[in-house]
Design a protein around this ligand. Sequence first.
Ligand code: PLP
Length: 426
Amino acid sequence: MSRWTMSANLELNQAVERLNAGGADILNLAFGESRLPVLASLADLLAAAAHETAYGPVAGTPAVRDAAAGFFGRRGLPTDPEQVIVTPGSKPLLMAVQLVAGGDVLLPQPCWNSYAPQARMAGRTPITVPIPRECGGVPDPAALRAAIRTARARGLDPRLLICTLPDTPTGTVAPPDLVRAVCEIAEEADLTVLSDEIYRDTLHDVRTPLLSPAEVLPHRTVVTTGLSKSLALGGWRIGLGRFPAGALGERIRAGVLAVASDLWSTLARPMQEAAGYAFGDPPEIRHRLAASARLHGAVARTLHSIMVAAGARCRPPTGAFYVYPDFEPLRAPLAGLGITDSPSLQQYLLDEYDISVLAGHQLGDDAGALRFKAATSMLYGHTDEEQHAALASTDPVSLPHIRRTMTRIETALADLHARCRAEPVG
Ligand SMILES: Cc1ncc(COP(=O)(O)O)c(C=O)c1O
């Protein structure tokens, strides 16, 4: 098999779009793209900045870095503009940190599907560590200790730990105690922590506590984020990194800047204008963030109920726009339908119900498990009008266009459950 394979979620999304363009009607729950309208003020700023054609500084203009420092400061992380870098999406930034940090990479299992391929591209070995029962985004502390020991005994050199708060694929956020426990191990084991906080502003309830590892281990935590998810600007490719103050942070930041200077030069200048405005958190941005988070929460909670009613175990979602059901309780009857692992579960949902999900093994999970990621972010409507209505509603699931889609999923999953009940077990 070629070492160079397409990212599973992007490849699946393109395949689904091709099939739908050819007349199919596949419901795409496999891709975490937030489909919401762009704010008019951001679009205007971008258009007005079209004449900004110079490359400018690799880290970003002083104006955008000032705004980014304020953005972090309002989220509990006092920041000097010299600590930040803007990038064309956070994906290349995550790759650059993996290249520069050195050592092998500890990852929660399951986790976002690009961390492990990036680790391999950087010449590192990804070391996956199961997540705890209650949430994703961080490894289980006891399993983390054991994994570090075992990895070292195998001659590996674990030095970077990636956490995701809130998390994909589980749509949960690790509670502060767990973050502290994981950070304690990172300190003992001399790990650098890479805290991917791209979903931070999508917490469904602002009262849910989110403790960044950068608050616990300020000297050894790099934070990455961006506007792809919170403001639904994935195609604009606006990413942001915050590096720790001190020698380690300066070394990693300088390395990332060197990688940037040879790979992407800088974030497109017009994007820096739009980003500078958004990072300032003016009232209309705050209002949009709150409305989007409320929408993600309402739809994700409904999807969660559908999965549980169909017989799955599923962590209740509290952030981002995903659920990660586990159909283990139905293993025996599912086997009667030919579903024995996550690839066959994904295929069955596509073949029988025209529903596309991302199987757990694509996220580093055990292929034998019956788990998949389902995203809600493309269910908010096909037109700007439908999406605006979804954002404005206090009960978006009752809107006809969202209701229809949720009913379609509910009917499919209820049918799967009924087929399981009809299967002779044993
Ligand atoms: C956890 C996580 N991190 C990073 C990214 C990358 O986003 P971007 O490159 O658009 O900033 C994604 C996108 O799917 C993600 O889910």
